[in-house]
Design a protein around this ligand. Sequence first.
Ligand code: FAD
Length: 470
Amino acid sequence: MAMNVKIVKRFEEIVGAEFVSTKPDVLLTYSQTASMAVKPVIPAVVVRPANANEVSQILKLANKYKVPVTPRSGGSSLQGEAIPKPGGIVVDLLRLGGITLYEDLRSVTVGAGVTYGELDKFLTKHGLFLPVYPESSLICTVAGNVAVNGAGPGSSLYGSIAEMVLGLEIVLPDGTVIQTGSEANPNAPGPFIRYAFGPDLTGLFIGSLGSFGIITKVSVKTFKRMKYFNYNMYGFDTEQQAEKFLVEVKQNDINGLFTSIYSGEVLDLFMDMLSEELGFPSFEHSRRTVSMTIGRVREDMVESDAKLAREICEDLGGKVLEVPEMPQQEWEGRFWNFVRASYLHGWHWRTLYHHQTPTNSHKSVDIIMEAMDKYKFLGHTAGFHTGHSSMNLYPHLYFDPQDKEEERKVVEAHKEIAKTLFRSGAVPFKLAEYWKDAIEDMDDYMAFLKLLKNTIDPSNIMNPGVLGGI
Ligand SMILES: Cc1cc2nc3c(=O)[nH]c(=O)nc-3n(C[C@H](O)[C@H](O)[C@H](O)COP(=O)(O)OP(=O)(O)OC[C@H]3O[C@@H](n4cnc5c(N)ncnc54)[C@H](O)[C@@H]3O)c2cc1C
């Protein structure tokens, strides 16, 4: 659907003609994201603003003409969150650069276009890091990750990216620009506390999938970059032993930066696909294997944590596997291993990212395995600690996009698994649209979310239908 030329002209006046496009080849590029299991949609126009003021003018115009808007940063989201709407506007935010460090406040502010890769390179020079990395860090932005409330390596200790955020600059759907956190006070020396000025308005936009407004700046915590690591794997004959190990790691304050759990079948699959490429040795693994990177700023602390982890493992009847290669690759290769493997192997999968408690994580494995038997698709799930008491599980349901029958079966399985997971006590990681049919007995909650959306965005221009289907 072509866009009214008057509106396109206005966009050109706002951002400059070279930053607006309605060319078919450009629109085609923006029709798709990394969400390969979701059908592409050609937008009407792509606009590339350079600052919050330009974003504000774009949203005012979109509101006036009631045209749907899809904010897009790295385009690396996997559940269709940044796929445009028919006849809609894609607002590409990659031109919003800038990094400001507040060393004394242990915080940093980045423009919405800054990727994790850029920020990490910058912070490394100062001996610092933002310790929550999505495995798409080279291509995704910090703001995009905040918009989806992402998690990844580092989350086992620090939680999801939400825990790192100190404040946001946001353009609301009507074009108003607000700042949250301590920086809402124009006299504040910088970002130093998020919970300022009443309820947590920052939180409203974290994980909102671009449905409540456009984030133009993000302020996050920084930490001293760790230099000392211990990498090891821990094998257990039962899921209960492995899950108890995960609880004890937390209870004993062991600094597990990335603590992942794999069932034997999943490790077989991963090893078949990736071990040669990543240089993992072959080793005897167990029914459940935990792979852990411990990190500290001091060597004695890392040694003491590693000793304690070993004792806990052995007390529970487990075995320390002495295979550092896999956790070391998980941590050191956090920027590229998953991305490289995804693209080299050309995987097509549907995801069902969710959180479980550590002691319920076997339920997710059982649910996926049962669905694989029933629907005969190739898949897996593994998980990693994401903070206080939660595991992030990332089931992948693979399919061959040329085989329409296989794709149909995977879509059906996907719907059924979402319902079964919800009933098992799991909660969504990223409230993608497909969860809406799986969520039961939460009508009042969903109605309240919808009320908030209607209040903030009465014309429903911002990424309609994406956040849990609202
Ligand atoms: C190989 C690979 C590995 C991945 N690993 C992880 C992982 O470990 N952890 C994880 O959490 N995710 C992971 N992802 C998913 C994805 O990378 C993350 O969701 C990422 O944070 C998205 O950031 P982006 O900049 O690419 O955002 P986009 O994909 O462009 O957008 C994501 C969503 O946020 C909205 N949005 C984007 N920018 C803004 C903004 N400035 N203001 C408001 N809304 C906005 C979009 O409309 C969309 O709804 C992975 C993806 C790939 C391809």
